[in-house]
Design a protein around this ligand. Structure first.
Ligand code: HSE
Length: 299
């Protein structure tokens, strides 16, 4: 009658793949507990770890809305009590809203006897994203739900592909102690992209996938370049260029903004490099008095 589910944080965009690339990490992540009850309706009983900042009303909460739309879809009036354990920072660029929505919809599907396949849960988790930041992008929810590195080839119809990554490849995430709202970070983007930048970006997207699949580390490294989004958004992150350079100087294959920021991520061939890269990135932020959290994870 009850279930506990963990859903991981994710790095969206992965430099060149705005709204189409994302991968999951081992930690951090969110945990949700759902309990069946007799009274119909979805009720959020408690949220732990958000310092009271997230909406408690189910239809205004990313997990709540994902659960509610799922129940409507399967035609169930089952009453549900929700307890959410936020175990990652809000507004961090680590897919916090996505992890809650994914945990919620995965949990309710299990609790109801698994009426839908995992892949078919995506649209419900995307509703959570629409609520949280005004756009139903899938590059956080898809990797959080499916694990690994994911490509959103198409949104309409939804076409999601899992891509293998080289053995031992590690991700470094550094979350500086500042907040960037995804809605704002999307608002500042230009609506038009030049032909020249489109061609460069398409080359990098193709190169990235080929690099991961071959695998070819130099190709991955050359492809981790974003000429469209990063130049605009990096102004929201103090010391962005210095921190990125510190990562590259320490042996990272590439470094960019995680999702809409302010977290920055880097990819490395192995765990030791990823750890060294993380310390160098943290030192870059600390040089201007910004403290940060470091997460290193195999991808
Ligand atoms: N692709 C989205 C963006 C991810 O960059 O706005 C947000 O986490």
């Amino acid at each position: 009658n009850s279930i506990r589910v963990f859903a991981p944080a994710t790095v969206a965009n992965v430099a060149c793949g705005f709204d189409i690339f994302g991968f999951a990490v081992d930690s951090p992540g969110d945990e949700i507990v759902l309990r069946k009850r007799d009274k119909p309706g979805v009720e959020i009983i408690d949220i732990i770890g958000d310092e009271g900042r997230l909406p408690r009303e189910a239809m205004r909460n990313t997990a709540g809305i994902a659960i509610q739309t799922f129940l409507q879809h399967i035609g169930s009036e089952q009453g549900i009590e929700v307890t959410l354990h936020k175990q990652m920072p809000l507004g961090s660029g680590l897919g916090s809203s996505a992890a809650s929505a994914v945990a919620g919809v995965f949990a309710i599907n299990e609790l109801m006897g698994r009426p839908l396949k995992t892949m078919d849960l995506l649209p419900f988790a995307m509703e959570g994203e629409r609520l949280a930041c005004g756009s139903a992008h899938a590059d956080n929810v898809a990797p959080s739900l499916l694990g690994g590195f994911v490509v959103i080839r198409s949104y309409n119809p939804l076409d999601v592909i899992r891509v293998n990554t080289p053995d031992g490849m590690h991700c470094t995430i550094v979350h500086p102690d500042i907040e960037v709202n995804t809605k704002d970070a999307r608002f500042i983007l230009k609506n038009e992209v030049s032909m020249k930048n489109t061609i460069t970006q398409m080359g990098n997207v193709a190169g990235m996938i080929a690099g991961l699949m071959k695998p070819d580390y130099d190709l991955i490294s050359r492809s981790m370049v974003d000429v469209i989004i990063e130049p605009v958004r990096s102004i929201l992150i103090p010391e962005f260029n210095e921190v990125k350079q510190a990562a590259l100087d320490s042996g990272a294959l590439g470094c960019s903004i995680s999702g809409s920021g302010p977290s920055m991520f880097a990819l490395s061939r192995d765990a030791e490099t990823a750890q060294r890269v993380g310390l160098a990135m943290q030192a870059g932020f600390l040089a201007v008095g910004i403290t940060s959290e470091l997460y290193v994870s195999e991808i």
